[in-house]
Every structure is written in C-alpha cells, then in structure tokens.
Design a protein around this ligand. Structure first.
Ligand code: S3P
Length: 165
C-alpha cells in the first residue's frame, strides 16, 4: 500500500487545501499528518511545541508519517518540517512526492499572523525566510516533481499535480 501522492513543502504552500482538492478529483481519502498527531494525542500542535518542545513534536511527527505511509493509499499531506528527519526522507524514497513550492511573499500572505503555527511566533516574515532558505534544498531532494504555487489558486496547483501524476 502506498499513497497516490505525498505533498511536501513549507507552511503557506497550500498542502492541506490542495490535498483536499486532489482527494475530491481522484475520489480518494485524504490524510494530513498534523491532523493525525492532533487526533492521536488529543492536543493541538502549538500546545505540543510549547509544553513538550519541538524535538518531542518531531518524534510524534516521524511516527505519524511512518504510520500514514504504511496504511494510507490516498492523498497524504505532510507537515512542513516532516522532511527534516532523515528517517522520514528515507521512507519517501521512490514515492510520488510533490513539493509545493512557495516564495516568501505568497507564504507570508497565506499564513497571515501565523496563528496556530508555533515556529512563526515573533516576526513571521523573518521566520518564514529562514525556514524557506534552510528547507528548500531538502524538499527538492525528496521530490519527484516541484509545483510552483506563487500567485496561483489551489485549484490551479491541484490541476498541475494531476497533470504530472
Ligand atoms: C511546521 C509546519 C506545520 C506544523 C508545525 C511545524 C514546520 O504544518 O507541522 O507547526 O516545521 O514547518 P503545516 O506545514 O501544515 O502548516
């Protein structure tokens, strides 16, 4: 069993929205590792970060990704930092991974004030820039395809993913 597509990319790339559109278009179930973690722990992501720390969140996330990859054959969206763990990158090898790329301006517009996103507390724009710079090469290293999301609607992005896969 393997997902039909795995969406990776930063906060504000539209992974969750595009995943929903692909699930509708392909008539496949959709899973999102952030939602799995919240459902599994009964806690919000921001609370896990603040109360238990980012390392603990990453442990939960690596386990959630491994479980979803083993159990799910629909559309899967990963949290923006999931690819930071080498064991997760290893699990993605050979899978239909799509990196939804987003530039700084569109990412900042889409995340707004960063509510519910603990990594963005403080200066949202500065934090997003650091994360984009650090992580873009990692997303590119795991992805079979890159789809640009700047200035495009989720419908347009989903249509391009469907053309590619
Ligand atoms: C994170 C992205 C978030 C969530 C957590 C950490 C990150 O998911 O997993 O706040 O490290 O980029 P989205 O990319 O779905 O917002």
């Amino acid at each position: 069993m393997a997902p039909r597509v795995v969406l990776v990319g930063p906060m504000g790339a539209g992974k969750t929205t595009v995943a929903g559109l692909l699930g509708d278009a392909w008539d496949l179930p959709v899973r999102d590792t952030d939602a799995d973690i919240e459902a599994g722990t009964g806690r919000e992501i921001s609370d896990i970060f603040v109360e238990s720390g980012e390392d603990h969140f990453r442990d939960l996330e690596a386990a959630a990704v491994a479980a979803a990859l083993a159990e799910h054959d629909g559309v899967l969206a990963l949290g923006g930092g999931a690819v930071l763990r080498p064991e997760t990158r290893d699990l993605l090898a050979g899978l239909p991974v799509v990196f939804l790329r987003v530039g700084l301006s569109d990412a900042v517009k889409r995340v707004g004030l960063g509510v519910g996103r603990p990594l963005l507390l403080g200066n949202v724009r500065a934090r997003i820039k650091v994360l984009l710079d650090e992580r873009t090469p990692v997303y590119e290293s795991v992805a079979a395809h890159t789809v640009d999301t700047d200035g495009r609607t989720a419908d347009e992005v989903a249509a391009e993913v469907r053309r590619l896969l």
